[in-house]
Ligand binder design. Structure first.
Ligand code: ADP
Length: 393
């Protein structure tokens, strides 16, 4: 048996005739091969499961398992091994059958040492070619798989670009419409005020210039929010994530929206845990909270309630803003967080740009959080956002 430092070619020799087995083993050892010889095909197969051989040389005619069956079984265990059969003249046609079963060659008995060596060298060369062919096929298959994967990635990327383009086109169409509405109002009223033919009373002049002013303010809000969204989407401005104590921030927001609440007689109820601190960008979180709070006031009924709750679950903190307004019908919920989609409400200076929720979603996601809503028509809506707890040193 060859040891691990032995780099001779290893041959598994199988012949039920022990004298011939011994003679063959000697010849092959003399030729420089490392030979392991078995008179029993079953023992040879057993050895194959434990050791590696480059070649198997076996007798074609054996009582237990003939050479064809042995070749098949051996190649099943060691597909990379080369098999050569030993056959007498009478059984040459069966040796050809063995080659169909995977044997590389056969040697005729009685053999001479040179012919045997030549046949084995040829079998080794064929085995080497077979291995190279197999490796080339494998690498071709790998390249094909990679090519297919690249194609799939490319298609996916193409689809994403197409979807992004469509979203941009929709956004631009929406934006032109949104900008045109207040601009038309400004131009229309300015035209009336500027016309020598259209006579206006002093009261009308005050009223019309008021329209111009509110449309101009709305236009300015729109432009500011569009620019803000563009900045957030292109991620040109990195968020500054830090530990933000929630109680103080929510109290500040409450003070800021109080005048709006008073104007609509809305009662606020803030239930905030003093200890909770989230990982967020302070200014951007304030922007999101003010958006949700002002929506909770704008889309509330006069004299309604606006509740803010904070809960902690695992490593996330959930802030919810609940109003007692008209709520949102289930079929419209999927349209929330889309630019300029006011769910059928008229655009007006009082209501807003239609971009607040889109901006909020981007910001919350950039702060590694989530934003969502549940709403029941006629009972109100709860907009919630979840942010990671702050990592305190
Ligand atoms: P805006 O308030 O400026 O229109 P938002 O993006 O904040 O823009 O909101 C988009 C739309 O979602 C609003 O026009 C409104 O139809 C609906 N909406 C938002 N918040 C609420 C709420 N609390 N209750 C009912 N509808 C809401």
């Amino acid at each position: 048996m060859a040891n691990s430092n032995d780099n001779r070619i290893r041959i598994l020799l199988v012949d039920d005739e022990r004298v011939q087995l011994r003679a063959l083993a000697d010849v092959l050892e003399m030729d420089g091969f490392a030979v392991t010889a078995f008179s029993s095909p079953a023992d040879a197969l057993d050895s194959l499961t434990q050791h590696k051989y480059e070649l198997m040389l076996c007798d074609l005619v054996m009582p237990d398992l003939d050479g064809i069956a042995l070749t098949e079984a051996a190649l099943h265990i060691a597909p990379a091994m080369g098999c050569v059969l030993i056959t007498g003249k009478a059984t040459v046609p069966r040796a050809v059958d063995a080659m169909r079963a995977g044997a590389l060659d056969f040697v005729l008995k009685p053999f001479d040492a040179d012919a045997l060596k030549t046949t084995l060298q040829r079998a080794l060369a064929m085995r080497q070619l077979r291995l190279e062919k197999y490796a080339a096929e494998q690498s071709l298959r790998t390249s094909l798989d990679q090519l297919n994967q690249t194609n799939r990635d490319l298609l996916e990327a193409q689809l994403k670009v197409q979807q992004a383009n469509e979203a941009k086109s929709r956004f631009i169409a929406g934006m032109s419409h949104e900008l045109r509405t207040p601009l038309n109002s400004i131009v229309g009223f300015a035209h009336i005020l500027n016309s020598s033919k259209l006579v206006t009373t002093a009261a009308q002049q005050v009223q019309f210039s008021g329209h111009i002013l509110s449309s101009a303010k709305h236009l300015l809000t729109l432009i500011n929010e569009i620019l803000d969204l563009a900045k957030i989407e292109s991620a040109t401005q990195e968020l500054r994530l830090e530990a933000v104590p929630l109680a103080a921030l929510l109290e500040e927001c409450r003070t800021m929206v109080e005048p709006m609440c008073q104007a609509r007689e809305i009662v606020t109820e803030f239930a905030v845990d003093d200890t909770l601190v989230v990982q967020a960008d302070l200014l951007r979180l304030k922007q999101v909270l003010l958006n949700l709070l002002s929506n909770g006031i704008k889309y509330n009924r006069r004299g309604g309630t606006l509740q803010v709750g904070v809960t902690c679950s695992g490593s996330m903190v959930r802030i919810s803003v609940s109003d007692s307004g008209l709520g949102i019908p289930p079929e419209l919920l999927s349209r929330l967080f889309r630019p300029f989609d006011r769910l059928g409400l008229d655009s007006s200076a009082e209501l807003g740009s239609g971009l607040g929720l889109v901006i909020s979603k981007h910001l919350v996601e950039q702060m590694h959080g989530e934003i969502g809503v549940f709403s029941q028509p006629d009972q109100g809506s709860t907009f919630w956002l979840q942010l990671p707890l702050a990592i305190l040193a």
